[in-house]
Design a protein around this ligand. Sequence first.
Ligand code: G3I
Length: 369
Amino acid sequence: MKFIKPYLFAFTALLSASCTSQKEKPSLKDLYKNDFYIGTALDLNQINEKSKKEDSLIRKEFNAITAENIMKSMYTHPQKDKYDFTLADKFVAYGEKNKMFIHGHTLIWHSQLAPWMEKIADSTEMKAFMKDHITTIVSRYKGRVNSWDVVNEALNEDGTLRKSIFLNTLGEKYLANAFKLAEKADPKVDLYYNDYNIEEPAKRAGAIALIKKIKAEGGKVDGVGIQGHWKLESPSLEEIEKSILEYSALGLKVAFTELDITVLPNPWDLKGADVNQNFEGSEKMNPYPKALPDSIQNKLAERYASIFKLFLKHKDKISRVTFWGVHDGQSWLNGWPIKGRTNYPLPFDKDLKHKKAYDSILKLKETKK
Ligand code: G3I
């Protein structure tokens, strides 16, 4: 007994120390709190707090939220004279309850429109739609939503304007109009232009021209949202860095708004592959249906580390970094561009366990302490 006691004491001390360190393990939002917001995109179940485990992870790790779908126009404005704010209200209340930065996604986007909107054919009707839609939604959340994607994805890959229903009916002036309407409804809220691939040179030049034009026409643009749907090998850090510098030189806040990194092959990366070919069920296109091999897990961790290292270098220019989803199981990349695949693009896996990617992002800050 004489000998056992000190061992027992040491063991108990060790156990309690390890429990404390488990409990006190820092989170993404805590470690990056002086740098930029760390956000996530919530699906319907998460907004409805369906899973306690997911909910506590969200609250522990993130201090900014975006609704992955339910604030899009088909959900908020299903009929011409009918708005439905049931889900959007819940989403905003969730953010307020948890003292999170709340981002609104999105006001003017050609995709996920309600069917009635797709029938708008002339400029008078479109002008009326935009005024009513933007004013009603932004006013409802005035002082509660912290920033809005006013216009989403207005550009083609070569930097020219996408021939959307908005451009077709109103011409280029729809862009400045949207920003003016949003500012009028909530003069203090931050207004963003949001798009994917706008870190690539041609599309970036298009985004810069577009934002300059909106400003020249009297629209208030506070920031640019680089979506960040990226791959293991591209875009290069050089292009991302150039983008941060060029956008911030326009006086804009730079946000990374939909960050995820696919680890799966894309049909159009395969030489000679026909994009219309059906790849569903193909082993070649879904190489890791059960688990991600360590080698790729490590690559993903390295990629995230190098990206966050760059973000930290430019933290004075970056307002927010938001992951597009909480965990791998929820990611849109399991269904796009090929349905039914298993992708691993986020720092948490489908069982909510943190991956090496998560550790690599935390480590950048822990070593600096
Ligand atoms: O709500 C219906 C459900 O009732 C139905 O049973 C189910 C059957 O497929 O579909 C559900 O709707 C899906 C919706 O997500 C909600 O889960 C749509 O089919 C599906 O197309 C939709 O996909 C979303 C996509 O935007 C639509 O364009 C993704 O979840 C969402 O992650 C994605 O997000 C976009 C950003 O808004 C803008 N930037 C690109 C990004 C990725 O595409």
